[in-house]
Design a protein around this ligand. Sequence first.
Ligand code: HEM
Length: 124
Amino acid sequence: MDLVKIIHVGCALFSITGFTVRGVLMMRESALLQMRLFKIAPHIIDTLLLGSAIWLAVQYGFGPIDNPWLLAKIIALLLYIGLGTVALKRGKTKRLRMMAWLAAMLVFFYIVAVAVTKSPMVFV
Ligand code: HEM
């Protein structure tokens, strides 16, 4: 595996680990969620994740138009980020935050399935 791919998959692992931890803290209504580390690190990880993704796509000559799986990953990543902010910040009720957290988890595993199968229709 080349270095950029290791960075890409590594950041994906950091991202979901951090999201899981913050989700548990959110459910326990812990003040730890407000730690500076949890405010800054996700931005660095997500920037590296996206940067390495673009690097990989350019390196392998993949474009989102003729590679539907790539387009699916980009859209799903935006969804993961959007649901993530509802889960950890914007959601008004705890129930809504928990549902958004669960949905974001499912979207993340969809992205991994798309990455491995190189097909957006992973469930059929
Ligand atoms: C949460 C978001 C993401 C996760 C969890 C993720 C996960 C992965 C994984 C596990 C692989 C390795 C697949 C394999 O070697 O079998 C991979 C490769 C790759 N990803 Fe992502 N990815 C994410 C976002 C993106 C995005 C947004 C793009 C598009 C710009 C992208 C583009 C690529 C490319 C081009 C490869 C290399 C494919 C190849 O080896 O042929 N990824 N990704």
